[in-house]
Design a protein around this ligand. Sequence first.
Ligand code: FAD
Ligand code: FES
Length: 301
Amino acid sequence: MNGNHQLGIRPGETLGQSSAQGLGSARGNGFLPRLMRVETVREETHDVRTLRLVPLDPKAALAWRAGQFAFFSVFGAGECVFTIANPPTRAGHIECTFKELGKVTTALRRLSAGQLVGFRGPYGNSFGVEDWAGRDLVFVGGGIGMAAVAAPLRLVLDRREEFGEVVVLNGARTAADLIYAGEMAEWERVDGVRVVRTVDPGGERAGWAGEVGLIPDVFERLGLAPDGRVVVVCGPPVMLTFMLRALDRLGYAPEQIVTTLENRMKCGFGECGRCNVGPFYVCRDGPVITAAQLRRLPADL
Ligand SMILES: Cc1cc2nc3c(=O)[nH]c(=O)nc-3n(C[C@H](O)[C@H](O)[C@H](O)COP(=O)(O)OP(=O)(O)OC[C@H]3O[C@@H](n4cnc5c(N)ncnc54)[C@H](O)[C@@H]3O)c2cc1C
Ligand code: FES
């Protein structure tokens, strides 16, 4: 067992392996995307949408692991990076959930079912889900960070009997900003799964039955003892900072905490140096990283 496996992370693969195994970049040109057709569009909130994509070539193989990311492109606008939001247990298509922020995400927001996008990937390492067998798990997603939690969570739910208790803690600024509303209701009905949703003070709407408070505070109120639990936490940097402090106060070891990094990227496969923090290349050595590894990175993250 190597160091990464002990930390609950599967190492990344080289571009060659990704290309050979999955719907990656065409061999010989790492930047060449494959064509995907938008099969369905789901509006999650006023500025977040989920796309379900299928390969234009029905014979194209799709292979990826939970936690990996890809580049999604719109002709004439450019490309941007999203986590692959569906796990490999839900095969045959690719899902991404994204927030409209700038040029490419605005162009992606204008697409309708039937239109084409470019896709290159998968890239990066992945969550070491196999190392979580029998353990209690907590998935914490803040805002659009819930999209990064979605693939390992859905994978665990698809293989429910292999894991202990599952807690999902999802927070957003307001009730209108919470994503995956329909699915959350389904998850709540699964045996041994507890879903907690929270909004910032003032973000409630009439009849709001969830929690009110910041995610780290709500986590502390849940009283979840460390007891070998794995905590997957993704969200904005400020939330992550306060979550790590809360988990430290509660006695969680940094090795029990896994997150993902979202540094700006250009190539996605360790060639351009756009995403690195010291010797750590987020696209190649991440994006999945434990709090223990995070502590060892230079402070300029
Ligand atoms: C590994 C990884 C996984 C990601 N997964 C998702 C995901 O699942 N869903 C999602 O909505 N977003 C995700 N992101 C962020 C996403 O890549 C950016 O929001 C997107 O590229 C913005 O593109 P744009 O052209 O629309 O915006 P731009 O015009 O490029 O920028 C618009 C605004 O967003 C800011 N911005 C752009 N990229 C980033 C970034 N990486 N980090 C912080 N701020 C940024 C810019 O500073 C600017 O203020 C991920 C990023 C990485 C690196
Ligand atoms: S994005 Fe090019 S090295 Fe990471």
